[in-house]
Design a protein around this ligand. Structure first.
Ligand SMILES: Nc1ncnc2c1ncn2[C@@H]1O[C@H](COP(=O)(O)OP(=O)(O)OP(=O)(O)O)[C@@H](O)[C@H]1O
Length: 294
C-alpha cells in the first residue's frame, strides 16, 4: 500500500479551507512543519497524525493510504441496457469497489463512453439498475473524452470556476498549475491551448478535489510522452476508485488492478491484472486474444 499522506494532507486541508498557518495553530506545530509534511520532506509523529484524524474527521488509513481499509462497494450496475439507433449495451453487470483501479477496454463503438455517460447521468438508461453508494455530486469526478472547457475563459478563470464549484481554495491553484506545467499559460485563453494542454487542464479540473470514484475517458490522448509519464505518476497518488478507458497498454500492466473488456454490449471479461500476469501474459496480449485482435 502506498503512503500518500502528503497528498491527502493537502487535499483535506483545502477541503476544510484551512491555511497551513491555521492547521499549524490547531495542532501546535510550526507552519514550516506543515509545509515539510506536505512536500514529503518529513512526517508527523503518531500523536500529530491522530490529531490530524480528529481535525479532518477521518481514519488513519484514509489519511495515510487514501482509503479506508474496508473495500466497500461504491457502485453496482445490473442488466443495464441502452440502444440508440441499434442496441449498444445489452445487459451490463458491473460492481466497483473503493480500492479498484479498473481499465475499461473494448473496440471503438463497444459502448465504453456510453457506460460512463449512464453512470454520470448524462444519458438515460432504457432498463436495468445503477445503484450508487456514494454522493455523486460530491464524490464523483469525471474527465470526459470531449474537453468540457470554456474557450473564452482564461486558464485561471476556468480553474477558479471549478474551484468554486468544488469548494477548493483559490490560493492552491498556482501550485496546481505549476505541477501540471500550465502555470506559464495562466492568463492565456483556453481556446489558445494545444490539444494536449487542454487535456492536462481537464485532468487538473477532475482531480483538484478528492473523489471516491474518478472516471477518465482516454485521459492521455494527445499528451506528449513527458506529460503521459507525469499523468500516471500523479494518478498513483490519488485515493479512491478509478475507472479509466485507455489503450495505454504499457501503463495498464503497471497501474491497474482489474481489466474489464466490453464486447457485444456486455462485460465480456472482468479479470484481476495479477491473474493475467500469473499466466505470463501482458494485458495487451490478453486483450488481443480475447478481443479477436491477434
Ligand atoms: N448520442 C448518441 N446518439 C446516437 N448514437 C450514439 C450516441 N452515443 C453513442 N452512440 C453510438 O453508440 C455506440 C457506442 O458508442 P461509444 O462512444 O459508447 O463507444 P466507445 O466504446 O466509447 O467507442 P470509442 O472507443 O470509439 O470511443 C456507437 O455506435 C455510437 O455511434
Amino acid at each position: 500500500m502506498k503512503n500518500i499522506f502528503n497528498h491527502q494532507l493537502i487535499n483535506l486541508r483545502r477541503q476544510k479551507q484551512l491555511s497551513q498557518n491555521d492547521l499549524a495553530n490547531k495542532i501546535y506545530v510550526s507552519r514550516q512543519a506543515i509545509s515539510k509534511w506536505e512536500n514529503g520532506d518529513a512526517e508527523p509523529s503518531l500523536e500529530k497524525l491522530i490529531n490530524l484524524t480528529e481535525i479532518f474527521n477521518t481514519s488513519l488509513d484514509f489519511l495515510i493510504l487514501g482509503h479506508d481499509d474496508k473495500n466497500e462497494k461504491i457502485i453496482e450496475i445490473h442488466d443495464l441496457k441502452k440502444a440508440f439507433d441499434k442496441p449498444v449495451l445489452n445487459g451490463v453487470d458491473l460492481d466497483a469497489y473503493s480500492h479498484d483501479r479498473i481499465a475499461l477496454l473494448g473496440s471503438n463503438g463497444a459502448g465504453k463512453t456510453t457506460l460512463f455517460n449512464l453512470i454520470v447521468g448524462l444519458t438515460s438508461k432504457d432498463s436495468g439498475t445503477i445503484n450508487s453508494y456514494i454522493n455523486n455530486r460530491k464524490d464523483l469526478s469525471i474527465m470526459a473524452q470531449e474537453n468540457l472547457l470554456i474557450d473564452n475563459l482564461k486558464v485561471i478563470e476556468q480553474l477558479e470556476l471549478s474551484a468554486s464549484m468544488y469548494e477548493v481554495e483559490i490560493s492552491q491553484l498556482d501550485n496546481l498549475m505549476k505541477q501540471f506545467n500550465l502555470y506559464a499559460y495562466k492568463n492565456n485563453y483556453v481556446a489558445s491551448l494545444s490539444g494536449g494542454q487542454k487535456r492536462k487542464l481537464s485532468l487538473l479540473m477532475s482531480v483538484m478535489r478528492p473523489s471516491k470514484l474518478l472516471l477518465l475517458d482516454e485521459p492521455t490522448v494527445g499528451m506528449d510522452l513527458k506529460s503521459i509519464d507525469f499523468f500516471w505518476k500523479y494518478m498513483d497518488h490519488i485515493g479512491g476508485s478509478i475507472i479509466t478507458i485507455t489503450h495505454d497498454f504499457n501503463q495498464i500492466d503497471k497501474f491497474f488492478s482489474k481489466v474489464i473488456l466490453m464486447k457485444n454490449g456486455k462485460i465480456f471479461k472482468n479479470v484481476a491484472v495479477n491473474d493475467i500476469h500469473s499466466h505470463n501474459q501482458t494485458i495487451e496480449q490478453w486483450y488481443r486474444y480475447f478481443n479477436d485482435e491477434v
